[in-house]
Design a protein around this ligand. Structure first.
Ligand code: SF4
Length: 391
């Protein structure tokens, strides 16, 4: 179903339910929603947040079960899998995980034209199930871990970086403390059994650059840069009832670390100087590609976008898209342009032109400072001619 989560387009829940693993779970949104929906929408009345692989549940008014839902979405889109639970929870049976992966990746299921985003706090289960190498061929699956503070980042990111997913990302949300995207682990030279030999040294890792090296207590050492690296970082404060405070400097520091390493950063705050970037998708999907963010990093400085009435505004992504749709309506004189008609938009003309198909026209929206590709059928001929001349 369509979602309010800004970094994706749809959610799909072939499993629901979970149990807490760390401090970030204290105000779990999924548990709150499941409790609210107890006895409805397929959530059991007595224990609505129990792990439930409910892909067989049929939404009212539909003649297909939840597991087949992505096959009914014809246009390629970004799908967040398991927003109401954790697919890799220990109570989800392996055969059901296999079925979900089959749906996402097999051409026979008719749903491998989407890009799927999996987010987990249990990346170690992927090892236990022997799934690691299969990620190498699944190019439409992005895999991420949640890390609410530096301790959890140190615990989960090294697992993630050993899995060759097409895009590896970290969601630092709710952000409960500062997070450095690196660690130094004190260790010893290889010994026999449990007996160490050689002087102790630090193993240094930088998860944004892929640097891995050894150094001594004076910081002297050497390393190389082909350790795994992250492709995307998302960060945001806790929201909802009982939300714990998040120092804006934690987010700004993380944004700076990403900026220095040229890793896309997505800021989920609603105000302030917000930087929202998507990762480069490594390969287009077989049945099409997700247009926004499919080429280079699409860098949208939402804080810079002037709103319709001419005042500077700190807009969210949805408001910005609404403002662009309004401006487009004025430019092409059509009342019926909706956000979803804008197949591609970016602050970079090159990115939009490169991704636009022959039956789309590229229009410049000067007030919002973006270029947009829309279906040519929406554009009057004189506008389309003017656009073609600009090419
Ligand atoms: S892992 Fe996620 S879904 Fe599970 S309890 Fe924690 S926050 Fe909720």
């Amino acid at each position: 179903m369509p979602t309010k989560i800004e970094w994706t387009q749809e959610t799909w829940n072939p499993i629901t339910g979970c149990s807490p693993v760390s401090e970030g779970c204290r105000n779990c949104y999924a548990r709150r929603m499941a409790t609210r929906l107890a006895g409805r929408c397929g959530y059991p009345r007595d224990n609505p947040f129990a792990v439930n692989w409910r892909g067989g549940w049929q939404p009212p008014g539909r003649d297909w079960p939840v597991i087949e839902q992505p096959a009914h979405w014809k246009k390629p889109r970004m799908v967040f899998v398991g927003s109401m639970g954790d697919l890799f929870h220990e109570d989800v049976p392996e055969h059901w995980i296999d079925r979900v992966f089959c749906m996402m990746t097999s051409p026979h299921c008719g749903a491998n034209h989407h890009t799927y985003l999996l987010l987990t706090k249990r990346p170690q289960r992927i090892y236990a199930d022997g799934q690691v190498q299969r990620f190498r061929k699944w190019r439409n699956i992005w895999l991420g871990v949640t890390a609410e503070n530096h301790v959890e980042a140190c615990e989960r990111i090294p697992w993630l970086l050993q899995i060759p997913a097409a895009v590896r990302f970290v969601s630092v949300e709710p952000m409960l403390g500062p997070v450095k995207m690196r660690r130094s682990v004190l260790t010893c030279g290889a010994g026999v059994g449990s007996v160490p030999s050689g002087p102790p040294y630090y193993r240094d890792e930088n998860w944004l650059t892929g640097y891995v090296g050894n150094s001594d207590h004076k910081g002297k050492g050497a390393g190389f840069c082909d350790g795994g690296r992250l492709d995307w970082v998302i960060a945001g404060p806790e929201t909802g009832p009982g939300a714990r405070p998040c120092d804006p400097r934690w987010i700004e520091d993380l944004a700076l670390q990403c900026d220095q390493a040229k890793v896309p950063f997505f800021d989920k705050r609603k105000s302030g100087w917000i930087k929202r970037q998507w990762p480069k998708a490594h390969e287009p999907n077989a049945g099409g590609e997700f247009r926004r963010g499919s080429d280079d990093i699409v860098d949208v400085l939402v804080g810079l976008a002037p709103c319709q009435n001419g005042k500077d505004s700190k807009m969210g992504m949805r408001e910005l898209e609404g403002a662009i749709a309004n401006e487009l309506r004025e430019i092409v004189g059509k009342r019926s342009i909706r956000v979803k008609d804008m197949m591609e938009w970016s602050t970079s003309e090159d990115v939009v032109r490169k991704n636009a198909t022959d039956d789309e026209t590229v229009i410049h929206c000067p007030r919002n400072g973006v270029w947009v590709a829309i279906a040519s059928s929406k554009v009057p001929n004189d506008q389309a001619d003017a656009s073609a001349e600009r090419r």
